[in-house]
Write a protein that binds this ligand. Sequence first.
Ligand code: SUG
Length: 446
Amino acid sequence: MKNAREYNFDGLVGPSHNYAGLSFGNVASFSNVKSASNPKQAALQGLAKMRSLAARGFAQALLPPQMRPSFRLLRGIGFTGSDADVITKAYREAPVILASAYSASPMWTANAATVSPSADTADARVHFTVANLNNKLHRSYEHVQTERTLRALFGDERHFAVHEALPSTPAFGDEGAANHTRLCAGHGSPGVELFVYGRVEFDPDAPAPQHYPARQTLEASQAVARLHGLDGTRTVFAQQAPDTVDQGVFHNDVIAVGNDDVLFYHQRAFLDEHGTLHALRRAMANVHAELRAVRVDSSEVSVADAVSSYLFNSQLLSKPDGRMALVVPQECHENPAVSRYLQKLTASGGPIDELISFDLRQSMRNGGGPACLRLRVSLTDEEAGAMHQGVVMTDALHARLVAWVEKHYRDRLSPADLGDPALAIEVQTALDELTGILGLPGLYEF
Ligand code: SUG
């Protein structure tokens, strides 16, 4: 077993963070449509989480925001002229598409890619498959920059393999790590990879949600497992309960989270709860680990409470004493049933004995909690040394980024502001400067 640590790569919120109601099936996104956002506060809230977890000794890094608006998207659908012309025309004729081109959704890096650590893969490299996010227009073009970013950070092919996104078609709907969990005895030893999907494209009889879209297909999950060279005896595929998706559980990480040998999940997470646990236990026996399942009953926390509080969109982090901390959004304390449950959980003598809460309200209003905001990458010491170092969170980087945000970000962005061509120039100026701070020249295709 090698010495390995889990790095959390949080998405740095971009300067165009806004509420455009673009994610049908995501209750928060729909509820806050067209309200004004505060990009400055959003970025500072995210940075505060990163700094605080780094200060606790957890390995913390970041993924930079993407360039916005996407002129490639806007010009590709027929808006012409100068950049200012393109924005003005798009705002007049297709404001929802302009909002899609301006979306700061790459902040939810749990959807950037699926990652398999080197302990699990056939060629002993860390594998990344960039998510195509093809279910929503505003996320469907993220993969181009995400691939570029991951190659800039993990360019050393002796240690890392970055795969481009799967074919962008409904059969291969892929939302990345939000539907993937790894269970293991320790980060440096082989683990079991659990892929959770919402529907099956090529089986018309398979159950599927009726109201909201299932964004991840079995076919996509299987493709990622193949690309990463995973061992079939240590890979489990499980379907989400379709009626739970219909209640707003648009990714599995809204209803379950795993870490080391612990799976913290809601009773209604999986279509076949017992079958899923059985498959996990059998697979974990192959890596000499025993599953510790922490099940939350509907009688204690309803699916509706789980969705509104984002209890399961939490980070489960291993502490040096072997216990685990649950990183929750503050909304969990504001929901009486969830707050009661959490008090009981931490006093139960089980694996989770501490809560760490953050105010992530700006992201939460678009349906993104602590777990959405981070991509987990387990790295051996050698691999950690081989990645780009400029994105690793330190006090010094935190201070520079706070000053950068204070300088460039607006504290109010309303839907009408997206029609102002000056915003595009502000975003470009900010991100250009960011490449210098992070030591990533050429990160963006201007
Ligand atoms: O894809 N919201 C994101 C939230 C992603 C949360 N990620 C995880 N659960 N891992 C989404 O639905 C809203 C954008 C808007 O409406 O402006 C949005 O894209």
